[in-house]
Design a protein around this ligand. Structure first.
Ligand SMILES: *Cc1c(COP(=O)(O)O)cnc(C)c1O
Length: 426
């Protein structure tokens, strides 16, 4: 009998939570690092307790290090990753502002949609799913559109592609365009150098390679971006004059996502805004501590090995990976569902009989590929091996004859090579 059937006591009252021990190998969320779960159950202190404001300051510094930035304005937006996206876009955009969104997957469409709701004049360019943009393509569009803001995703889990960003910041700077990126899916498992790459705003979440639950959105803002959002902001009489001598234009439409107000809450002024989501702040703090304790290069190397091993295993089983492998994120792989195999039946058997979750897909890829993630706590050899072995078995149950043991053997070989090369924690 399945676990879920034991949810009620004999008197009909609900029993305490007792979810099955799933191994989450989809494109996120993933199983949390145990230390992050412990952090979440830590007792609260008051909102303006110096202990709490001390934690807030620590979180700002921790995320500066995670983002590789000196940006003073590095803090948390309370909410899932799209809270960070909305905060950046609704705070930056005044009605009629031009925003350029290069779209290479589902989350690019999300950026465009949010920018549209903020009444931006949105311009999009697209490449087929499974590809990324060249800097030249982006520069050409910038020259044509002359946007105020470029909004782009770094790693789009819908296609597993990682957009190179390194050369785009200089292009934006040359054309006086603000450069915003949603790096939710990629941060912690792939390089992201906010200052070196001249990004003006970056928002992320915890539930991918940072190994936490969803519900907190770390963001970082350059001085240039901060100046822009503060001066576009309408003066709220008497309260915020110091920051807004040059204020003009309509108010930011959202109170909750008003970045100048959130900055004044996180800053020395401590002006009351929302009540900080303390348990999520504890999680975010622990995610960053774990990341920095292991060492950024080591964490990224661990994700690369896990991703390479999963890819090698998939290929050795006779399955075809999706997309341009030169631009694949380390932490997720798309797998073509073989002819004659029922994709959803495979996922359901993996989940219900093996307690392993892998991902489905959206839009043009719906029903065509699975997505298998190796992120955060689950970017581990044993998680890769169990997933490959179980998938092989389930494929056989569904009539696809994956050669026995080949997938696991290929993954073991990748790990053996990584260990021999001295990759930490491989
Ligand atoms: C997973 C993901 C998100 C998630 O947003 P939520 O609001 O936390 O669900 C956002 N952006 C990208 C690129 C993602 O891959």
């Amino acid at each position: 009998m399945s676990h879920e059937m034991f949810n009620a006591n004999s008197n009909g009252a609900l029993a305490p939570l007792s979810p099955p021990p799933r191994l989450l190998m989809g494109p996120g969320p993933i199983n949390c690092y145990p230390r992050v779960l412990s952090a979440m159950s830590t007792q609260l202190v008051g909102q303006y307790d110096p202990v709490m404001t001390g934690y807030m300051n620590e979180v700002m510094q921790l995320y500066r290090d995670v983002f590789n930035t000196q940006n003073q304005q590095t803090f948390l937006v309370d909410g899932t990753s799209r809270a960070g996206i909305e905060a950046v876009l609704v705070s930056a955009i005044e009605p009629g502002d031009k925003v350029l969104v290069p779209i290479f997957g589902r989350f690019g469409h999300l950026l465009a949609e949010i920018a549209e709701r903020a009444d931006a004049e949105v311009h999009t360019i697209e490449v087929p799913w499974g590809e990324v943009f060249s800097p030249a393509q982006i520069e050409a569009a910038i020259k044509e559109v002359k946007p105020k803001l470029l909004a782009i995703v770094q790693g789009d889990t819908s296609t597993t592609m990682l957009q190179p960003l390194k050369d785009i910041g200089a292009i934006c700077e040359a054309h006086d365009v603000l450069f915003y990126c949603d790096a939710t899916a990629s941060i912690g498992g792939n390089p992201l150098d906010v200052d070196a790459w001249k990004l003006d705003a970056v928002s992320v979440g915890l539930q991918k390679c940072l190994g936490g639950p969803s519900g907190s959105a770390p963001i970082t803002l350059s001085d240039k971006f901060v100046k822009m959002v503060r001066t576009r902001h309408h003066v709220e009489a008497g309260i915020r004059d110091a920051h807004h001598e040059a204020a003009r234009g309509p108010k930011i439409r959202s109170n909750y996502f008003d970045l100048p107000m959130i900055m004044d809450y996180w800053g020395e002024e401590r002006l009351n805004h929302h009540t900080e989501a303390a348990s999520m702040l504890y999680c975010a703090r622990e995610c960053a501590r774990l990341h920095l304790e292991e060492g950024q290069q080591n964490v990224i190397a661990r994700h690369k090995v896990a991703g390479d091993a999963m890819l090698a295993g998939i290929q050795a089983m006779g399955l075809a990976p999706f997309g341009d492998l030169n631009h694949k994120m380390y932490n997720v792989v798309g797998v073509h569902i073989p002819e004659g195999v029922k994709g959803e039946a495979v996922r359901e058997t993996l989940l219900m009989r093996f307690n392993i979750e892998i991902g489905t897909s959206f839009g043009p890829l719906k029903g065509k590929i699975w997505r298998i993630g190796t992120m955060g706590y689950n970017a581990r050899e044993d998680a890769v091996l169990h997933t490959l072995q179980s998938l092989e078995t389930v494929l056989r149950m569904q009539g696809f004859n994956a050669p026995a043991g080949k997938g696991v053997d290929a993954a073991l070989t990748v790990y053996a090579e990584a260990k021999a090369a001295g990759v930490a924690d491989a």
